[in-house]
Design a protein around this ligand. Sequence first.
Ligand SMILES: [Zn+2]
Ligand SMILES: [Zn+2]
Length: 82
Amino acid sequence: MQLSCRTSYYCDVCELEFNRESELVVHEDAHVVCELEGCTYVSCKEIMEEHILLVHASGLYARMARGSSKEEVEKWQSERKK
Ligand SMILES: [Zn+2]
Ligand SMILES: [Zn+2]
């Protein structure tokens, strides 16, 4: 009997797929915690740099922490892109 689903190992945070469990384990070992402004975001280094720029350097995190609605945040983000 064969297993119907193919075996893959997936990191949800980084959206990366690995063929072996050992590769995923090594990858997850390299994850770092953000910790800026009390943030608990976890990901690998490359994605963390992006996260810090997008969420912290832009002031988005402070904005979300103050409880702005999703619509407000999106509006504000699109305005910043100009
Ligand atoms: Zn990852
Ligand atoms: Zn963060």
